[in-house]
Design a protein around this ligand. Structure first.
Ligand SMILES: C[S@@+](CC[C@H](N)C(=O)[O-])C[C@H]1O[C@@H](n2cnc3c(N)ncnc32)[C@H](O)[C@@H]1O
Length: 272
């Protein structure tokens, strides 16, 4: 793992991050490399809604590991002194917009923080939030959708989100999926910082991680009839998987990442 330099953040990431002053609610402590994942989400969510909105009247966003909404880079890694929007905040700010949001978070402190933030950002009809274990509720949650939806999962460990939960989403023709998969736990130890769990650094050249991710991503493409974009972040202990029914989104995402400055921090592969 490598800590991001301030120049890399300024040069490649700042245009994609949602950065605000600290508020009074809980934040997720993150390593600096998580900023690259947030930039990937910002771009992918936007491509997804742009292409899907031409074909569907209703677009849903389902965040199955929502967290508190905002994150804070561990100060020893980067002196940002601001909070950075995590997946829920990125989704809410996506344009064209999603029509409906569903957030699930199992940890009480994070759930309450997100609940408070959402009250100021969305109207009641636009979203639902619940404090639950996604593995137990995913089947019911997905019944609410009224059209295509993007499902986001960011587990810390394999036992957080069971592969069956992912399969439930992937077996559903309306659901595309984005998130960290395979989960970092298969590679790394988890410890506590500010009373929250964080993942300890791993050497960046993990051939085990690479082989595992390649196998899983190509199998997802093969078994669930998806095009898969596989994002490898050399600084990070994980891959981001973007699994899509619509080939237009696969090709657009792949092409855009070839031209963005962000390509200096991410390697992109495609499976169909
Ligand atoms: C790595 S954080 C990601 C947060 C968020 N997606 C982001 O981008 O900032 C993972 C979050 O998922 C939550 N989580 C883990 N397993 C879960 C489960 N089975 N059901 C609901 N939430 C879960 C954790 O409490 C934690 O807040």
């Amino acid at each position: 793992m490598r800590i991001l330099k301030q120049e890399e953040v300024d040069q490649y990431l700042l245009p994609y991050l949602i950065i605000t002053d600290f508020d009074e609610y809980a934040r997720l402590p993150i390593h600096s490399y998580a900023l690259i994942r947030y930039a990937i989400y910002r771009i992918c969510f936007g491509i997804w809604t742009q292409i899907m909105s031409t074909e569907a009247g209703w677009l849903g966003y389902f965040d199955l590991t929502a967290g508190p909404g905002y994150s804070e880079v561990i100060p020893e890694e980067l002196c940002l002194e601001k909070q950075v929007g995590g997946s829920p905040i990125i989704a809410i700010n996506t344009r064209p917009p999603f029509n409906f949001f569903y957030f699930v978070e199992k940890e009480a402190g994070y759930y309450l923080a997100l609940e408070k933030r959402l009250k100021n950002l969305l109207s009641k009809e636009q979203y639902r939030i619940e404090k639950s274990d996604t593995n137990k509720v995913i089947k019911d949650i997905l019944k609410i959708k009224k059209g295509p939806c993007l499902v986001c999962v960011d587990p810390f460990r394999l036992s957080d989100i069971e592969p069956m939960a992912l399969e439930t989403a992937l077996k559903n023709d309306d659901c595309d999926l984005i998130g960290v998969w395979p989960p970092p736990e298969s590679q790394r130890k988890i410890t506590k910082r500010f009373s929250h769990e964080v993942i300890l650094p791993l050497h960046e050249n993990s051939s085990r991680l690479s082989a595992l991710a390649r196998t899983i991503h190509s199998k997802v493409a093969q078994y669930y009839g998806r095009g898969v974009i596989s994002f490898y972040i050399p600084q990070a202990p994980y891959y981001v998987m973007f699994a899509l029914k619509e080939n237009k989104i696969v090709n657009r995402t792949y092409d855009e990442f070839k031209h963005l400055g962000l390509r200096n921090l991410v390697r992109v592969e495609k499976y169909d």
